[in-house]
Design a protein around this ligand. Structure first.
Ligand code: FRU
Length: 495
């Protein structure tokens, strides 16, 4: 039984597919509880209704950026997974499209009401009369029964719906000691111009990323297992989730490094107490073997999980779920959002993830532009703002504390690095959101009603934290020693 909104969408789509794609659709919330406006992020992508987690199938097809996502349309809790769908010209203004992928009827008869169409990816393929989209995803039959995770693929010729999915990998490779988890197919073109597929898995020691390839991504049977691409056991992680891989430079150049990005499920960093981190491992990749050279955390906050990127034109662009399984109970009602889309760049030493260039288009009006000294306050119209801080004038340690009646939020630059201060009132020992050793000279801080994102030195350090409710936040105060001066600009952002 689907809700009447789904029926309405299907009817609109059946009669006016071109219009749906062109204009998107106004969608009504299913139930008043789903609106939860005070907790909603204003300029971040969020689903029109229901629950959302990982970004899926992020790519450019037919000239538009498409974002699919893990979706449960009927409530604000995780449940049997669908794929939601939206399109954009600039990654920031999205049009919602009808629910794209439903858990297949045949498979869900065997399911116990959970599972569904899990995470995956999409690639452009030649279709009749233009470009078509081929998607890859995991169907999970029963919650946490890995032997029942299988990989499927489906063709989408009209950018709005899929043909019947076909099973492409019915089982895990044997003989590797893979104990659980076989999911989240990510398909991309390797440096040898052959289509590759990554899958997240685990063995007794930790996470394993598996590598497959095919000469025919359209065929159901062509996928050949090449072996484990990478193993990872940092921070007590149990599985690699949502792997993705992008070149940091020209795809076919021998010197190009690649970033392998994946979620460290159940990891915990003893130094900060943070969990479920996302790792970017940089190394050489010849299409078969990956030689890691450095490991870096993609985000020093807690809420940029299941990051997925693809190469758009010359440079990769990625987006992540603005949450983390540690904080989000599957049983709690929770309005979900995505992070700002980010570039994935390489400066010769580290991966940079600055916001996409079009994020400057969010700036509506310049509220403030001045030098800030200790004790000075910045005031805003509402909590949807960007603050740019230039620390090169007469920088030094500082704290910028946002004023909120219940929750502590701030940014601190100290001897040990750059830190998002969150909820440390009354001696609480929440994790530390610390970019250890960071000494940036330039910061962009994006606040929305439900999140803070900090981009330091063009995304050399990027930190994302989900907030309980900052819609009412109107001011911040600088605390710094005498002589410290920051140059600050504040923009009201378009909602
Ligand atoms: C990551 C994840 C994926 C899985 C999906 C299910 O957040 O656990 O591994 O495919 O969520 O919704």
């Amino acid at each position: 039984g689907y809700n009447s909104s789904d029926v309405a969408i299907s009817v609109i789509y059946a009669f006016h597919p071109a219009r749906v794609l062109e204009e998107g659709i106004e969608v009504l919330h299913h139930a008043p509880e789903n609106a939860a406006p005070s907790l909603a992020n204003g300029y971040h992508f969020r689903p029109p209704f229901g629950w959302m987690n990982d970004p899926n199938g992020f790519g450019r097809f037919g000239g538009l950026a498409h974002l699919f996502y893990q979706h449960y349309p009927h409530s604000l809790r995780w449940n049997t997974m669908h794929w939601g769908h939206a399109v954009s010209k600039d990654y920031l203004r999205w049009k919602h499209l009808p629910v794209f992928l439903f858990p297949s009827a045949e498979l869900s008869e065997r399911a116990d009401g959970r599972g569904g169409a899990f995470s995956g990816s999409a690639i452009p393929v030649a279709g009749q009369g233009g470009e078509a989209i081929r998607i890859f995803f995991t169907e999970q039959m029963r919650d946490r029964k890995p032997e029942e995770q299988i990989q499927l693929s489906a063709l989408c010729s009209d950018e709005l719906s899929t043909q019947t999915p076909a099973i492409i990998l019915p089982e895990r490779p044997e003989g590797l000691g893979l104990t659980q988890d076989f999911r989240d197919p990510y398909v991309f073109k390797g440096p040898d111009s052959v289509w590759k597929m990554l899958l997240g898995s685990r063995d007794k020691a930790g996470g394993v990323v598996l590598l497959y390839e095919t000469s025919d991504p359209q065929g159901a049977n062509g996928w050949v297992f090449l072996g484990p691409l990478h193993r990872e056991d940092r921070y007590g992680m149990t599985a690699a989730e949502c792997p993705c891989m992008v070149p940091l430079g020209a795809v076919d150049a021998a010197q190009t490094r690649w970033a392998l990005i994946f979620g460290l499920l159940t990891s915990r960093d003893p130094a900060t107490g943070r969990r479920n981190m996302t790792s970017a491992t940089v190394g050489r990749f010849d299409g078969r073997n990956f030689q890691p050279e450095l490991e870096q955390e993609l985000d020093f906050g807690s809420d940029a999980y299941a990051f997925q990127a693809f190469v758009d034109g010359d440079e990769p662009v990625g987006i992540a779920w603005l949450a983390n399984w540690t904080d989000v109970s599957k049983r709690e009602d929770f309005p979900t959002a995505m992070t700002l889309p980010r570039r994935v760049l390489w400066n010769g030493e580290a991966v940079l993830t600055p916001p996409v260039e079009s994020a400057e288009g969010l700036r509506q009006s310049l509220l403030d532009d001045r030098r800030l000294a200790g004790g000075d306050r910045l005031e805003f119209e509402n909590g949807a703002i960007e603050i740019e801080l230039d620390l090169s004038v007469a920088g030094g340690p500082f704290e910028l504390l946002f004023e909120h009646p219940e929750v502590d939020l701030g940014l601190r630059l100290g001897a040990d690095g750059l830190e998002i201060l969150f909820d440390r009132r009354n001696g609480k020992t929440s994790p530390r959101y610390l970019a250890a050793g960071a000494r940036p000279s330039h910061l962009r801080i994006f606040l929305d009603a439900g999140s803070i994102e900090v981009f330091a030195d063009n995304g050399r350090w990027t930190g994302t934290k989900r907030l309980p409710d900052f819609a009412e936040m109107r001011a911040a105060r600088l605390s710094a020693a005498e002589g410290v001066v920051l140059s600050a600009r504040v923009w009201q952002l378009k909602l």
